[in-house]
Design a binder for this molecule. Structure first.
Ligand code: ATP
Ligand code: MG
Length: 243
C-alpha cells in the first residue's frame, strides 16, 4: 500500500545539506510541499535559495539529509528521471532560446501532440497567445517569463519550482502572474515552490514560507502569519538566528 502521507507531500526535505565542492551552502533545510500547495522560499542574496531548489530538483547532490519528490527519493544521478516523474524547474535565467519563436518553444516542449493542453496553458497567459510568431529575443521580460512557465506547464508537472520569477519584471506584471500560478497549483494539484524577492506579493499567494539566511532556515510558517508579523520577517531576513 502506498503511504498516503507521501502521496500528498509531493516534495520533502529533511535536514537537507547541500553545496559546492564539498562546502555546504545550505544546512539542515526542512520543508514539505503538498499537492495544490504553494511554498515560498525567501531570503536575501546568497542565502541558499537556488541551491535548495537545485538539490530538490536532483540537479545538485545532497551532502546529507533526505529528500523525496513524488514519494520517491530524489535521484541526483539521473535528473532526467525527476523530469519524467513530473518535476519542472524554471531557472532564474528562464532557460529559453533567444532565436526561437514562442510557437517553436511550445511545439518542442509538448510531451506528445496535445493541442488541448496548449490551448489550456495559453488561456492562462493570454499575452503570450498574441506573440506566438515572435522570437524570444524580441519578447518583453514578462512575456519571456510567461513562456518559461508555459513550457513547464505543458508537461503537466506535479511539482513546479520557479526561481526568481520576477527578476527584471515590473511589479504590475508580477502582480498578474503570481495569482495565475496560485490558481494553477490549486486547479491542477501542482506542488509549487517559488523563490521571490517581492516578499509580500509572494506571501499573498503562498500557503507557507521558509526564510533562509546564510544557508540556514531562520523562519518558517503559514504565509498569513508571516505577513501579519512584519517585524519577525524582517529580523529573519536581515540576520536572524537559525531555527
Ligand atoms: N556554482 C557555485 N559554486 C560555488 N559556490 C556557489 C555556487 N553557486 C552558489 N554558490 C554559493 O552558495 C551560496 C548560496 O548561493 P545561492 O545561489 O543558493 O543563493 P540564493 O539565495 O539563490 O541567492 P540570490 O538571491 O543571489 O539568487 C552563496 O554563498 C554562493 O556564493
Ligand atoms: Mg538564486
Amino acid at each position: 500500500m502506498p503511504d498516503p502521507t507521501l502521496a500528498r507531500d509531493l516534495l520533502t526535505a529533511e535536514s537537507l545539506t547541500s553545496g559546492y565542492n564539498g562546502v555546504a551552502a545550505v544546512t539542515d533545510v526542512n520543508l514539505t510541499v503538498a499537492a495544490g500547495e504553494v511554498l515560498s522560499v525567501l531570503g536575501p542574496n546568497g542565502a541558499g535559495k537556488t541551491t535548495t531548489l537545485l538539490a530538490l530538483a536532483g540537479l545538485l547532490p545532497a551532502m546529507s539529509g533526505r529528500t523525496t519528490a513524488m514519494g520517491e527519493p530524489v535521484d541526483y544521478k539521473r535528473p532526467y528521471r525527476m523530469a519524467r516523474r513530473g518535476m519542472r524547474f524554471v531557472p532564474d535565467d528562464r532557460g529559453l532560446f533567444s532565436v526561437m519563436t514562442v510557437r517553436e518553444h511550445l511545439r518542442l516542449s509538448r510531451r506528445r501532440p496535445d493541442r488541448a493542453r496548449e490551448e489550456f496553458v495559453l488561456d492562462r497567459f493570454p499575452a503570450l497567445a498574441e506573440v506566438q510568431s515572435r522570437i524570444v529575443g524580441l519578447l518583453s521580460g514578462g512575456e519571456q517569463q510567461m513562456l518559461a512557465i508555459a513550457v513547464a506547464l505543458l508537461a503537466e508537472p506535479r511539482v513546479l519550482m520557479v526561481d526568481e520569477m520576477s527578476l527584471g519584471l515590473a511589479p504590475m506584471v508580477v502582480e498578474q502572474m503570481l495569482p495565475t500560478i496560485r490558481d494553477l497549483a490549486r486547479d491542477e494539484g501542482i506542488a509549487v515552490v517559488l523563490v521571490e524577492q517581492h516578499v509580500e506579493l509572494a506571501l499573498a499567494v503562498s500557503d507557507r514560507a521558509i526564510v533562509l539566511n546564510h544557508g540556514r532556515m531562520v523562519l518558517e510558517g503559514d504565509a498569513k502569519d508571516l505577513l501579519a508579523d512584519r517585524d519577525r520577517l524582517e529580523t529573519a531576513y536581515f540576520g536572524g538566528e537559525s531555527l
